[in-house]
Ligand binder design. Structure first.
Ligand code: ADP
Ligand code: MG
Length: 464
């Protein structure tokens, strides 16, 4: 304790004395290995132990980061950090004292072990037994955080530390905002969604939604960290999440067909993810109801085990049931036009009821089920991959194009006759129709869909 107070005092002294102009600093992750701070920023120098090796990170600190005070003092046992205030003053490479290296593990293992040791006092030294390094540390760390922590994510400093020690590997996707990369963190693959500083609000919003208390679920993309790093000239905004090598359901269905079981597993996990989002859990460890507002095959990812996770929560809205309000001002018609529910297309949606947003998600989910069921291969028979309404509209349809088809002509994707000959596909077809009703109140709920789909598996299991 006294150590921290001492450091804080030193830091405060520094910040008072050194009111600096812009500085040039050594920066590991910047072009030319140089960054420039804003006025009253600092150069940052740090070293920490990652998988038993010292890893140095050098960069610029913005005035707000400097103010946050967490970056400039060394946390006992984990890392050494230093802020300085002259050009390239962070050139020197720091080393951990042998005691730190011997006695402590990498920052991720420290957190893992702290959690494993069930909230052991962080000031207590850990013994060798609790310090065993684990390969699955990141997953355990995140998973355990849900049950033992606040239920809303990792501590911010840990998030930042993770984000700043990721090495980007390859670009894997592009969507509405920025670019998604595969990166490596401590030997594990992670996905990094990089937003441009222009889209700061979207970055902030998505990070905020992912950190909603108790959001974590096996069918919702596992969020790891958010980081905003000012490198002097621009701000890099990162969202780090679990990486799924199959990519989106859109990519997966384009590439592969699925068996009946494969289809049911995917449909069940999609419905479960959406049901969890939609559900309000009451209590101090509860969660608000959330509507996604951009459900489509490109925003659902496929895990290695053949289940799915709901991703891209950038447009999601939360419901406050106490005040019956939505947490952000609603801009009209967000989302992807092809997947928009009829009431959004013709503007008849009742925005004052949160149920409306859930019901619009259900309509879109029905379209995703249709994309999925077409790829279900039964005795070698299946359809090619197509987007919903591919027969009616061109690529990138306008709201008006969609409205004519969906609201005026009241068309829906066609359900092939041969689906009638397979129990699972018959049920899927029935679910879709009940998700596509023009009357939003008549549609199934995600929970109902989940139950119906899970019963298909049971029926099948019994039969075979
Ligand atoms: P945007 O908000 O820009 O639409 P998304 O979050 O939807 O961004 O990601 C865009 C694409 O990047 C996805 O359709 C998918 O192909 C890929 N992608 C995103 N996150 C991951 C991940 N965690 N693992 C693998 N691929 C991903
Ligand atoms: Mg997307």
């Amino acid at each position: 304790m006294s150590y921290l107070r001492c450091s804080e005092a030193v830091l405060l002294l520094f910040t008072f004395v050194q009111l600096t102009a812009a500085l040039k600093c050594v920066c590991h992750l910047c072009v030319n290995h140089t960054c420039e701070t804003e006025a009253e920023g600092a150069c940052w120098n740090s070293v920490m132990l990652i998988n038993g090796k010292e890893e140095a990170v050098k960069s610029c600190l913005s005035p707000s980061e400097l103010k946050g005070q967490v970056f400039c003092y060394s946390s006992r046992n984990v890392s050494k950090r230093n802020c300085c205030f002259t050009d390239f003053c962070n050139n020197e490479t720091l080393h951990l004292s042998p005691g730190v290296i011997l006695g402590m593990c990498a920052v991720q293992n420290l957190w893992c072990n702290l959690i494993k040791a069930h909230k052991q006092d962080p000031e207590e030294p850990l013994d060798d037994q609790t310090l065993v390094s684990t390969d699955k540390c990141l997953k355990e760390l995140i998973y355990d955080m849900n049950t033992s922590g606040s239920g809303s994510g990792l501590p911010l400093l840990v998030q930042r530390t993770i984000a700043r020690t990721i090495v980007l590997q390859e670009s894997i996707g592009k969507g509405r905002f920025g670019e998604v990369w595969r990166g490596k963190w401590s030997g594990e693959d992670v996905a990094v969604k990089i937003f441009s500083s222009r889209d700061e609000r979207s970055w902030f919003r998505e990070a905020e939604i992912y950190q909603t208390i108790m959001l974590r679920h096996e069918n919702i993309l596992g969020f790891i960290a958010a980081d905003n790093k000012d490198n002097g000239s621009w701000t890099q905004l990162w969202l780090v999440s679990e990486y799924h090598e199959h990519g989106s359901l859109f990519d997966y269905l384009n590439r592969y067909t699925v068996s009946v079981e494969g289809m049911i597993v995917l449909a069940l996990s999609i419905a479960s993810g959406i049901a969890h989002l939609h559900m309000e859990i009451i209590g101090t460890q509860g969660k608000p109801a959330i509507a996604h507002r951009d459900i489509k095959s490109k925003n659902i990812l496929v895990k290695k085990n053949g289940t799915a996770v709901i991703a891209d929560l950038g447009l999601a809205v939360k419901h406050d049931s106490n005040t019956n309000t939505i947490d952000i001002p609603i801009n009209h018609r967000v989302g992807t036009k092809r997947y928009m529910a009829p009431e959004i297309l013709d503007d008849s949606i009742n925005m004052s009821s949160f149920e409306s947003f859930k019901r619009a998600d259900i309509y879109s989910m029905g379209l995703v089920f249709w994309e999925l069921a077409r790829r279900c291969s039964i005795q070698g028979i299946y359809e090619d991959f197509q987007l919903p309404y591919y027969e009616q509209v061109q690529s990138d349809p306008s709201v008006d194009d969609m409205r004519k088809v969906v609201c005026e002509q009241k068309l829906r994707p066609s359900i092939p006759n041969q689906w009638q000959s397979c129990e699972a596909l018959r049920v899927m077809g029935k679910i879709m129709r009940e998700c596509w009703y023009a009357n939003p109140a008549a549609r199934l709920t995600a929970l109902r869909v989940k139950k119906t789909v899970s019963q298909v598996t049971v029926v099948k299991d019994v039969k075979e």
